[in-house]
Design a protein around this ligand. Structure first.
Ligand SMILES: *Cc1c(COP(=O)(O)O)cnc(C)c1O
Length: 394
């Protein structure tokens, strides 16, 4: 069924999206655009994708009723356990799908950008699985703060290229990846979120949609109803949120809450709360909302979590924001850390710092009695232990 939250034939969600790319990339992007839906919908792809999601990734991921958290906040809070996916986050749902598409198109060289390193690891993993050449672009600052993931990528056989410009984080890694792609248009750019030129945002959303597809039958089993009252997910580029929202876009009774990183505070100048601070502009090949100054220069974002440290959101999320379909909230570093420690103590689950932002809005919401809430637990906290430990009180 066609939803108004699916892109039109030119890749636009309302006024957002499109493909703002240099001429040199046109043939490559056009080839993908002409083929991705047909490939994804083919039986051959679906059989292989489903089988890998089941036996390699470990899907379906559980939908877990968090009893103590539920009691504390006075709602039925379910956690969609993407943290249990192979490699520790939802990212692998996308990389498994894209690697199959790349193979189908006869590509042998894969490039990717990464922030927290989760997408880099998920890409290096599927490249190892398929025996394809893998190059990952990563900000120099992120290479330092995400050392365990750098080690994993190297072990998996990926080449790491440090991005040394700007804030030396995700945005700069993406710039480097795009620059390399322009010089090497035959490579397949395996983008890690619902960002970039059309058809990437739609392709990645379709590959993450498995999250809400599972949520539907899992909720039905547990509550008797397919629909929750509320779904909460954190937003960097927006892929885990896109996956968690996908099958509920048109069910207006289901409240969708997207949580951005407010860093030291939305108006502190050290933030990544794009929807609150951003304006319409073009970043990484698509028209969307991004943080920019009066001259259209991108403002450096900041968040304690590398995966949310991005100055834009994908065009789908810009449209979810503008249309009011999703409610945008935010959480500071401090609030996210507290929420991370809270989930660990109350439920025995250490979340990723990105995910902790989604949990951090619980105290800010006035829940009705018996409200059914699903929080997309996008990833596990192993990679963030160094950061958590700095704030551990004994
Ligand atoms: C990468 C990442 C995110 C942010 O990316 P989205 O595309 O917005 O989902 C969130 N959580 C975790 C655990 C991540 O690794």
């Amino acid at each position: 069924m066609k939803s108004k939250f699916h892109p039109d034939k030119n890749g636009y969600f309302g006024q957002f999206g499109g493909a703002f790319i240099p001429e040199l990339l046109h043939p490559n992007v056009k080839e993908l655009e002409d083929n991705y839906i047909q490939i994804i919908e083919s039986k051959e792809f679906q059989d292989e994708y489903k089988s890998l999601l089941k036996d390699f990734v470990g899907r379906p991921t559980p939908l877990y009723l968090a009893k103590t958290l539920s009691e504390k906040y006075g709602a039925h809070i379910y956690l969609k356990r993407e943290d249990l996916c192979h490699t520790g986050a939802h990212k692998v749902n996308n990389t498994v799908g894209q690697i199959l598409i790349a193979k189908k198109l006869g590509k042998t060289k894969i490039i990717a950008e990464t922030g927290a390193g989760q997408h880099g690891v998920a890409t290096a993993t599927v490249c190892a699985l398929m025996g394809l050449d893998c190059t990952v672009f990563m900000g120099e600052k992120d290479i330092v703060r995400q050392a365990p993931n750098v080690a994993r990528m190297k072990m998996l056989g990926a080449k790491i290229v440090p991005a040394t410009s700007g804030s030396k984080t995700l945005k700069d890694a993406t710039n480097e990846a795009i620059r390399y792609w322009i010089q090497n248009p035959e490579t397949f750019y395996l983008i890690g979120s619902v960002v970039g030129p059309h058809p990437h945002p739609d392709m990645v959303a379709r590959l993450q949609a498995t999250i809400s597809e599972e949520m539907k039958w899992q909720l039905k089993e547990k509550t008797g109803k397919e629909d929750p009252d509320t779904i909460i997910a954190c937003v960097g580029g927006g892929s885990n949120a896109a996956g968690a929202f996908y099958h509920y876009f048109d069910d207006e009774d289901v409240e969708l809450i997207a949580v951005e990183a407010a860093g030291l505070g939305v108006n502190s100048g050290e933030s990544a709360a794009t929807s609150q601070l951003g304006e319409v502009g073009i970043i990484h090949g698509s028209k969307t909302i991004l943080m920019q100054d009066d001259y259209g220069q991108i403002v450096e974002p900041y968040s304690i979590s590398a995966g949310l440290d991005y100055p834009g959101v994908g065009p789908l999320h810009a449209y979810l924001y503008e249309s009011g379909r999703a409610k945008f909230m935010n959480a500071t570093d401090k609030e996210a850390l507290a929420a991370g420690f809270e989930l660990t103590k109350l439920e025995g689950i250490i979340p990723a710092l990105e995910t902790a932002h989604a949990l951090a809005v619980l105290p800010k919401i006035d829940f009705k009695k018996d409200q059914v809430v699903v929080i997309n637990l996008s990833g596990r906290g192993d990679k963030d232990l160094e950061t958590f430990i700095q704030y551990l009180e004994d």
